[in-house]
Write a protein that binds this ligand. Structure first.
Ligand code: A2P
Length: 332
């Protein structure tokens, strides 16, 4: 049955991708309601054969909405997700606001789709982009050998920080090309030709982003004993997060076994073969595509039975909009 779908934050980097994803996957939308701040009210966004006019988000935005996809930041979600749920919508929230609430399922459809069916608050959380691609790649290995410890280093694209961040990176590159000093307003320092840690501080010297990888991975895989050692950095890429992952198991796993599992894993595209420069999964090639690309599956050189992997995915698609729409598909 067709659904009335609201997208909150429809003008943003993820919101626009949500509209495209609903269309591309032919999600049965009877009516699309595009919501954003007062700044964008009246703006037209392409959808279907025509366009939808953006409306200002308000308490009465959700009458008759079946599914509300939120991607307008945590404070908007904290305030409006309960309002949307009370109005009868199922909320699928891309922000961090509700992810660790024990009454809110945190769902990656390739990993724990059944969790989406129990949602006492009417809210389902979409995990952090870096967590999603990591758990899609690690789930089949966890099922086979139970993960003990993950050491993950991320190389995250600027679109994960929103549209304004992408525009600042592009402006910085233009300034550098002209021999001018680039300006940094959205980023805490120059992003072009640099690598930054640009997330809010968390605890114990880790950023909030790093702690999301720890806590969300445990919640989605349903194993609070998994140790996650994270380092997150931003690289001057527009779209596509990359991750270097070292993983230790309760029982040893060979690279050949892991490849066999990954070949059959839903949502995964495995790059196999000997190391060859330029043949590994890359963000530029992953951008505007759906899969989680896994490559460079290697036995660790020092820890017997442990593996090293290179994992790349489009952070706006599988890392955000696609995962949210796949959750909506679980509900239909
Ligand atoms: P707007 O474009 O009107 O500012 P991004 O992550 O790319 O920065 O996008 C954030 C999205 O969240 C945009 O669609 C933005 O709308 C929306 N947004 C931000 N703050 C609010 C708010 N207070 N109410 C409604 N939408 C908001």
């Amino acid at each position: 049955m067709s659904k009335v779908v609201a997208v909150v934050g429809a003008t943003g980097a993820v919101g626009r991708e949500m509209l495209r994803t609903l269309e591309r996957r032919r999600f049965p939308v009877s009516k699309l309601i595009a919501l954003a701040s007062a700044r964008s009210a009246g703006q037209k966004l392409p959808f279907g054969d025509g366009a939808v006019e953006v409306q200002e988000l308000g308490p009465s935005s959700f009458a008759s909405v079946d599914i509300a996809l939120f991607s307008a930041g945590a404070s908007v979600s904290r305030e409006y997700a309960p309002i949307a749920a009370k109005a009868g919508a199922v909320v699928i929230d891309n922000s961090s606001a509700w992810r660790m609430d024990p009454s809110v399922p945190l769902v990656v459809p390739e990993v724990n789709p059944e969790a989406a069916l129990t949602r006492p608050l009417g809210i389902i959380a979409n995990p952090n982009c870096s967590t999603i691609q990591m758990v899609v790649a690690l789930k089949p290995l966890h099922d086979a050998a139970r993960i003990k410890h993950i050491v993950v280093s991320t190389y995250q694209a600027t679109s994960g920080k929103g549209q304004a961040a992408v525009e600042e990176l592009q402006a910085q590159l233009v300034s550098i090309g002209r021999g001018e000093q680039p300006e940094a307003r959205v980023f805490p320092a120059q992003m072009a030709m640099n690598v930054l840690s640009d997330w809010k501080p968390g605890e114990l010297g880790y950023s909030e982003e790093e702690l999301k990888l720890v806590n969300e991975t445990r919640k989605i895989l349903g194993d609070p004993e998994i140790v996650v050692t994270p380092t997150c950095v931003r690289v001057p890429v527009v779209t596509g997060h990359s991750e270097s992952i070292h993983v230790q198991f309760h029982r040893p796993l060979t690279a050949a076994e892991a490849c066999e599992l990954l070949r059959a894993a839903p949502g995964v595209v495995l790059t196999e073969g000997e190391y060859a420069p330029g043949k590994e999964p890359q963000p530029l090639a992953a951008a505007d595509t759906d899969p989680v690309y896994v490559g460079r599956v290697r036995a660790d050189l020092g820890v017997p039975g442990a593996l090293n992997l290179w994992v790349v995915a489009d952070n706006l698609r599988k890392g955000a909009a696609l995962n949210a729409v796949q959750i909506a598909e679980v509900l239909t």
